[in-house]
Design a binder for this molecule. Sequence first.
Ligand code: RET
Length: 251
Amino acid sequence: MENLMSSFSLVSKMATDDYVGFTFFVGSMAMMAASAFFFLSMNDFDRKWKTSILISGIITFIAAVHYFYMRDYWEAIGESPTFFRYVDWTLTVPLMCVEFYLILKVAGAKQSLMWKLILASVVMLVTGYAGEAIFTTGTGPALWGFFSGVAYFYIVYEIWFGSARKLAEKAGGAVLKAHKTLCWFVLVGWAIYPLGYMAGTPGWYDGIAGLGLNMDVIYNIGDAINKIGFGLVVYAAAVASKSENKKVATA
Ligand SMILES: *C/C=C(C)/C=C/C=C(C)/C=C/C1=C(C)CCCC1(C)C
């Protein structure tokens, strides 16, 4: 009976100080809840914003599915689920670039802007994966982390000072406000990830693991802020633009 029970058991015991397991678990629930919220509220808005909110929901939904896998992987194997992590990011970060483009489309953003951001984000993630999973010894993590950082700063530059900025200013109102907030997410929220990378590189800052702040805990906090927060900014912009339109209509 005991054997039967354990072979049917879907959960394993989670230690009370297993912060990685805990944040994977809470993360999967938060991502699911956020997805339900975005999917159920998207029909309150006109077409332009509906697509943006749909994508917010797809981002958190893709993350939720990966979080289920990552939690299980962590519980079963006790290692960082680097592969699933980067598959998740490679799907969701380009979708965040699509969000930037969709928001700026009213101001005449061209698809080339979207592709530039997507390409830079893929370079950032592929080189980050190389430093985290392939070239893990000697100068490998520093070198590939540096390449990844260059791509990251290109994205920061493009949205803060490049053509994306000019388009946002042209659009004004709710669009400009959302763009500015999302710019801060990329500058500050996304900077959490290189900190996680450094905490995960042996001999660098892995000492802060003593605080329970290991690489995966840092990545999980970053994901919650950036995926759910990012989506909520888009949602808030949709709400604001709705009341802007109402004002125009009744004026
Ligand atoms: C939802 C997931 C998001 C927003 C992931 C973002 C990931 C990054 C901004 C990662 C950046 C990295 C660097 C800038 C250098 C070191 C390697 C990375 C991949 C951790």
